[in-house]
Design a protein around this ligand. Structure first.
Ligand code: CA
Length: 226
């Protein structure tokens, strides 16, 4: 049985969601504030539903602290039109967000999608990948260029992993956006360009060749040099 942690200070709302999740066969842990939520998140949970507007420790702060210790899928519960929260939350490592008030079916669909994404990443993801002088080890979350360690953020790591898994293939910005950031990412396709620049700055310059190629008008491709 998959275990979901719900961090939500509105008790009525929390009870309603808990009932629905139990009804769907999930086991549910509940926290009414950020700190106790964080403590529960350190246990073995499969997914976290995290309200952004929490008293004391904010949802975004909970997320930042959580990401230092865990890569558990996190879906943010955000207020309508709080675009800043959504972008900040996704950048801080949330897998998805849902805007309040939401239909429970919508929430359940997002939960299934996040759990599926995680499962397929796990399945695909444990074997080390190589591309020319570049190696990426998903199990250790480690990237090396010519043997030297490269420090990447979570998002940069996932983007690179995706490019390496599809070495030699062209990936559109939208595909990358959907697979790495999750659908409906509010930043749009420009976000991909920005992160590609980050990656090139950290990788291409280190190895002295352009591994991440721009395919004009289409997207990006990792050169297949092997
Ligand atoms: Ca709240």
């Amino acid at each position: 049985m998959e275990k979901i942690l719900l961090i939500e200070d509105e008790e009525k709302m929390a009870r309603m969601v808990e009932l629905e999740l139990c009804h769907e066969g999930y086991s549910v842990l509940k926290a009414l504030d950020g700190l106790s939520g964080l403590t529960l998140a350190e246990k073995d949970v499969d997914l976290v539903l995290l309200d952004v507007m929490l008293p004391g420790l904010s949802g975004l702060e909970v997320l930042r602290r959580l990401r230092k210790i865990s890569d558990v899928p996190v879906i943010l519960l955000t207020a309508r039109d709080a675009v800043v929260d959504k972008v900040a939350g996704l950048d801080a490592g949330a897998d998805d967000y849902i805007t309040k008030p939401f239909a429970i079916e919508e929430l359940l669909a997002r939960i299934r999608a996040a759990l599926r994404k995680r499962a397929s990443l796990r399945q695909a993801g444990e074997a080390p990948l190589t591309a020319g002088p570049l190696t990426l080890d998903p199990a250790r979350r480690e990237v090396r260029a010519n043997g030297a360690a490269v420090e990447l953020t979570n998002r940069e790591f996932e983007l690179l992993q995706h490019l390496m898994q599809n070495k030699g293939l062209v990936l559109t910005r939208d595909t990358l956006l959907e697979r790495v950031w999750g659908y409906e990412y509010p930043g749009g396709a420009n976000t991909v360009d920005v992160y590609i620049r980050f990656l090139r700055g950290k990788i291409d310059e280190k190895i002295g060749t352009r591994l991440i190629q721009t395919v004009r008008g289409v997207g990006y491709r990792l050169a297949d040099e092997s």
